[in-house]
Ligand binder design. Structure first.
Ligand code: DGL
Length: 279
């Protein structure tokens, strides 16, 4: 069973590609929707949330966790790998930034534009990974309005078209536009209508790279039956309703993982005895 972690619904666009490429694998998806969006949060909060969610997926029995969230991959992946998946560990944590950078470099003639959340852009991680692979010019742009627009279901409206066009102002030289946020694939037609650049959704590359990785590391997951479980920290009914657009199909019953005292509830809940003690 492979764990997939995201700040909320968005990572379902990544899960959709993972399931298409690895139909025989079982997945458990955790969306921290009760504490999303992550994109404007500070680094120490993100490290804390990322630890809690990764640990919760380990508790579910996953030995491999894929961080589908670009913001977490950019800010916290190294931290998670050092903490949980050092040499000799029986666990692994993988992210989306390196496959995305590889796909962008393979596609680009020289100038890559990267769009993402404010924290993703501030981290500079995509630029760092692209520069390791080639001499490409990289122009990053934070687009904080786009994820909420998609969550609202407004991706096919004039507001989305205008917002996309506004964020692409000044990026006319870019030949490849890397969608560095889980929500942006739902805006693909708005992007394609607003730029001559090739628009890159990295999720299919993330999926094929994961399939190759699993061939090299069979000890971290075994083939199952294509089962999917979904957990979220927000309202499960809202998650199931919105999640459908991101996953492209109905979600199975969504289980709730409550936040208690700033921590995600453990799988084995601490039983709190209610009522008064009689003396
Ligand atoms: N999942 C986040 C990402 O890919 C976008 C949503 C958020 O800000 O939480 O960066």
């Amino acid at each position: 069973m492979i764990g997939v972690y995201d700040s909320g619904f968005g990572g379902l666009t990544v899960l959709r590609q993972l399931r298409a490429v690895l139909p025989e694998r079982d997945f458990v998806y955790l969306g921290d929707s009760g504490r999303a969006p992550y994109g404007g949060r500070d680094t120490s909060t993100l490290l804390d949330f990322a630890e809690q969610c990764t640990e919760r997926l380990f508790e579910e029995g996953c030995r491999l966790v894929v961080v589908a969230c670009n913001t977490v991959s950019c800010v916290a992946l190294r931290h998670l790998q050092t903490r949980y998946a050092g040499p000799g560990s029986e666990r692994r944590v993988l992210g989306v930034t390196i496959p995305a950078a590889e796909a962008a470099v393979a596609m680009s003639r020289g100038h890559i534009g990267v769009l993402g959340t404010a924290r993703t852009v501030a981290s500079g991680t995509f630029e760092t990974e692209i520069r390791k692979l080639g001499p490409h010019r990289v122009t990053q742009r934070a687009a904080p309005l786009l994820a909420p627009l998609v969550e609202e279901g407004w991706e096919a409206t004039g507001i989305a078209t205008q917002a996309v066009a506004k964020y692409l102002e000044g990026l006319e030289d870019v030949d490849t536009l890397l969608l560095g946020c889980t929500h942006y694939p739902l805006l693909a037609s708005a992007f394609e209508g607003a730029t001559r650049a090739k628009v890159l959704d990295p999720a299919p590359y993330v999926a094929t790279r994961l399939r190759e990785w699993l061939v090299r590391h069979p000890e971290f997951d075994a083939a199952g039956t294509g089962d999917l479980r979904v957990l979220c920290s927000g309202d499960p009914a809202v998650f199931a309703e919105h999640g459908r657009r991101f996953l492209g199909t109905e979600l199975p019953k969504v289980a709730h993982v409550a936040e208690e005292g700033g921590r995600l509830q453990h799988r084995e809940r601490v039983q709190v005895v209610l009522g008064q003690v009689l003396r």
